[in-house]
Each structure stands twice: as C-alpha cells, then as structure tokens.
Design a binder for this molecule. Structure first.
Ligand code: SAM
Length: 331
C-alpha cells in the first residue's frame, strides 16, 4: 500500500493547506489585494478528513495543517479532533500545524488536548513596528500571547523566520538568543520565488550560507544529525544551548530526501512545492462514496512526482518560478 515515487522515495508526510485565506498579508508571501478562492470551491471539513484518511491508509505517518492561516478556517478544531483518532489508533505518528500564532491563545489548549505535541510558529521579527510592517495586518503582542498560551499548554514551539535582507538579517542573532532562552528552536528559511508580490524578491533574498558565515563570527555552530521529518539542517549553538535550523531551497537543494506531497483546500495535490504539475483529487473524491477512485488518482499522481525543483532568484528572472503563492500550497 505504501506510496513510493519513481525515484524510490517513500511518501510518508502530507501537508494540507486547509484555507488559502490569512489574517496577515506578509509582504514576501502575498500581494495586499489578494483574490481568494470562492468558498464554494473549498473541500468541506468532512471531505478534507476523508482525503487525509485515505493518505494515512496509504502510509502517511505525519500530517501538518497549514494554509493560508489554518486557524482562521471556520470550525478547524472539528477537523483536528476528527484527525486525532488516527493518533489514538497509532496509524498516524504526528499531527501538527504551521501557524502565524495570531489565534493561538484561543486554540492552544484544545490543540494539545487533541494530541498535537508541537507546532511551528512563523515569526520574522521581535520588533512590534517592523512586525506590523512585514505582516501589513498583524500585531506582535497577539502572537506573543499565542506563543505563551502554546507553551503553557505544553506544546513544543519551533519558530520559523524567513531571512529578509536589510529587514531582519541583523536581528536574527537576537531572535535566536530569545527563542533559545525560552526553550524554542529557531529555523531560518530562504525566501522562495512563489507568486507575484508587490516587492522585488531580488532585494529581499539572503543566501543562508552568508547568514551562517556571519553567525559563525559570534557563535560556535556544530552540525548535528537532528531531523524533524522536514528539509531543515540543524546546528547546535554552544553559547545558547539551542538548535538552529537552515532551510535552503535556493542554495542547497534538498529534494533527494523529499518525503512529502501537498494538498490544497480545493483538493489539488502538488507533488512538489516548486513545480506547477498537480493532480485533482476533488473530482474522484466526489465521484464515488468509496475511496477507490481517489486512491487510484493518488497512486497515479505519486507516479509523476518530479525529481526536484529549480528555484531561481536573480535580476534577469523577473517572473516567479511558480505562479501560485505559498499560501495556496501551504508552507
Ligand atoms: N499562516 C501560516 C504561517 O504563517 O505559518 C501558515 C502558512 S505560511 C504560507 C507558511 C510559511 O511560509 C511561513 O513561515 C511563511 O513565512 C513562509 N513563506 C511564505 N511565503 C514564502 C516565500 N515566498 N518564501 C519562503 N517562505 C515563505
């Protein structure tokens, strides 16, 4: 039953974007006047649960809800609670979520109750004014309250920061000290050319090889084999005692170990974050009450999973490598 792609990689990780909507408008992620999907195109929570269940039956062990902002989808906790039955049965090893943290103070305790053990919170700066500037609509104090609530509920929190030139690159050492001081790991991410935004990505892009070299002038970084199932490569930081992850889609391709596929809220399956090819699972899901058609469509899609992606950011390449925004496929 396991899903194995043409390059011998076993697919055991599903990321599900439960909505393309978000209560923030991060400048590197979205344009300010984004057109969102009409609600009628979305899979219902029951349909999302059914699709996730088919993937779990086909060998998915880790499932991450993302978006858009997953916690702004109406009744999202209903889906989380439903999916938690697969944790109880042992079929699923991990149910987790990536969030901007704005709604966490409302939901953290319930997430923990449903068996969620760790979450990723995206946070690009600790400066309230800069936070408002980069998210356009967000307020740092709400996110801080959310992180407090998550830690109080016993959730392990990892912070994700996109490295942005002349915005947060100089602040990242302080962010790391702060995160590690609160028992949170930090992962930094290279900005990827996905979707049209209002800014020029060449101006924003920081190769993490440069960031690492600059951190090494202040900190002792030791490579460690730690893995959380994702593409981050981790170092241990002697001075803080914490872990720092690097996600480097631009400077270091990590596709050889890719174990994941991504499902959107309309039932489109992307076999690679950095490619346009996709498979529609909504039609086979709706065509029959049994799951055979959709299981066949999944097998056919996994058989087309590409070897990897090739993102390019430079002055000659003004168009994004993939046309959809990160909020569609889910980060
Ligand atoms: N709303 C949730 C959040 O903020 O984490 C989940 C969705 S968001 C699209 C997931 C992650 O993708 C965030 O950490 C965000 O910073 C990151 N992201 C968005 N656009 C990106 C881009 N073009 N390159 C790299 N990371 C990006």
């Amino acid at each position: 039953m396991n899903m194995i792609d043409p390059f011998g990689r076993t697919i055991s990780y599903l990321r599900v974007s439960v909505t393309d909507r978000c209560d923030f408008r991060c400048t590197y992620c979205m344009a300010e006047d984004m057109a969102f999907l009409p609600k009628k195109d979305l899979l219902s929570l029951e349909e999302l649960d059914r699709l996730c269940t088919v993937f779990i039956e086909k060998g998915v062990k880790r499932l991450r809800l993302t978006g858009g902002e997953p916690l702004v989808r109406k009744n999202i906790m209903h889906l989380v609670r439903q999916l938690s039955r697969h944790l109880d049965s042992g079929a699923l090893e991990e149910l987790t979520l990536t969030t901007n943290g704005s709604q966490l103070s409302r939901f953290a305790a319930e997430l923990a109750e449903c068996g969620v053990k760790r979450i990723n919170v995206s946070l690009d700066t600790l400066d309230a004014d800069k936070f408002h500037q980069i998210t356009r609509w967000g307020h740092l104090d709400k996110v801080m309250q959310g992180i407090d609530a998550a830690q109080a509920a016993g959730l392990k929190v990892k912070l994700n920061a996109v490295a942005l030139k002349d915005f947060n690159d100089a602040e990242l050492p302080d962010m790391m000290r702060w995160a590690h001081g609160r028992g949170m790991d930090l992962t930094v991410i290279e900005t990827m050319p996905m979707g049209e935004i209002d800014a020029d990505r060449t101006d924003q892009y920081v190769p993490l090889s440069l960031l690492r070299a600059s951190l090494e002038r202040q900190f002792t970084l030791t490579d460690i084999p730690f893995k959380t199932g994702g593409p981050a490569r981790y170092v241990h930081v002697a001075e803080t005692g914490g872990k720092l992850g690097f996600i480097t889609p631009m400077t270091h391709n990590f596709c050889e170990s890719c174990n994941r596929v991504r499902l959107t809220c309309t039932g489109t399956l992307y076999m690679c974050l950095g490619q346009e090819d996709a498979a529609d699972l909504r039609a086979p899901l709706r065509a029959s009450e049994s799951n055979e058609l959709v299981a066949d469509a999944i097998d056919e899609a996994i058989g087309r999973k590409p070897k990897g992606h090739d993102f390019i950011i430079d002055r000659r390449t003004s168009r994004p490598s993939v046309s959809r925004h990160m909020s569609v496929t889910g980060g």
